[in-house]
Design a binder for this molecule. Structure first.
Ligand code: SIN
Length: 280
């Protein structure tokens, strides 16, 4: 297979063409895909037509797919695929429409061992709207003033599924599930386990408080770091094409979904996440 790589956002994101993931990539191509993701943080593999199990299997090139934990949204043919749809409703909560990931976040940070990568496969893509935005957390860290880098070195934030600071509603979970998800603490700056680079590690939707700081001081610090990290110069906005598989690295990016497509337009994505490591 020959890999053709095109930069999408300049400072982050690239598109891959000329590859059909129905054929398992050879060792060289697999290595090239992993390298391209490390270099570009967000990788869009264009023009795929994959049934659920071949999709899950193809994603093994990037890591070990994890079983989904939301039964109602899990694909009936594949335990590792979560279906995200414009028809989603908060079935355990108020039953109203729910847009998963509509506020800036990194996936899974409410877990002690968050997933490393997320893959989203565009099954039904609206003609307009529904973009996914990304922000580059290496660049956001690199360009912090030295005094701020010194201030946050060694600080950690408490992350929880249903944070009081969250920017959007999150799907209600059962009491049993909530009991399995105690709050966890992660560093504000993490070192990427493969590149060795430092990145801000924030999740506006899940962070409750900076450990050891009073609430007001913690809120002011988190607000300042978030405002810095989501500035337009750190962002890339992905406009979906049918058949795109977009892979992103949660260890050095944040992302958000946009539900700005017309009423009645259909947006349906198949999401896979792969295992990560404890953030340090
Ligand atoms: C997500 O946050 O995992 C979903 C992003 C999207 O639907 O664009």
């Amino acid at each position: 297979m020959s890999l053709s790589l095109t930069s999408l956002g300049g400072h982050m994101a690239a598109a891959v063409e000329g590859i059909d993931l129905n054929q398992p990539p050879d060792t060289t191509t697999a290595g090239d895909l992993r390298r391209a993701l490390l270099d570009h943080l967000v990788l869009c593999i264009r023009g795929q037509a994959l049934a659920p199990l071949p999709y899950r299997d193809a994603m093994r090139v990037f890591g070990t797919p994890m079983k989904q934990i939301t039964p109602a949204a899990t694909h009936p043919d594949c335990d590792e695929i979560l279906v995200l749809s414009s028809e989603d409703r908060d079935t355990l909560g108020d039953g109203k429409k729910l847009v998963v990931g509509a506020h800036w976040h990194t996936d899974d940070s409410y877990k002690a061992v968050p997933c490393a990568l997320t893959m989203l496969y565009g099954i039904d893509v609206p003609a307009t709207g529904g973009d996914t935005q990304f922000t580059n957390m290496y660049a956001a860290y690199d360009r912090l003033p030295a005094a701020m880098k010194d201030r946050i070195a060694g600080l950690s934030a408490i992350h929880t599924y249903d944070s009081s600071r969250k920017g959007t509603r999150v799907a209600k979970r059962t009491d049993t599930d909530m009991a399995r998800m105690p709050a966890v603490t992660h560093p504000l700056v993490r070192t990427h386990p493969e590149t060795g680079r430092k990145a801000l590690y924030l999740n506006p939707n899940r962070m409750e408080q900076v450990a050891g700081l009073e609430r007001a001081e913690s809120d002011a610090l988190l607000d300042a770091l978030i405002a810095h990290a989501i500035q337009p110069q750190y962002q890339y906005r992905h406009r979906w094409q049918q058949g795109d598989i977009v892979v992103w690295d949660n260890r050095c990016t944040m992302h958000k979904a946009n539900a700005d497509y017309p009423e009645g337009a259909r947006r349906r994505m198949h999401r896979v996440i792969v295992e990560g490591t404890v953030p340090v």
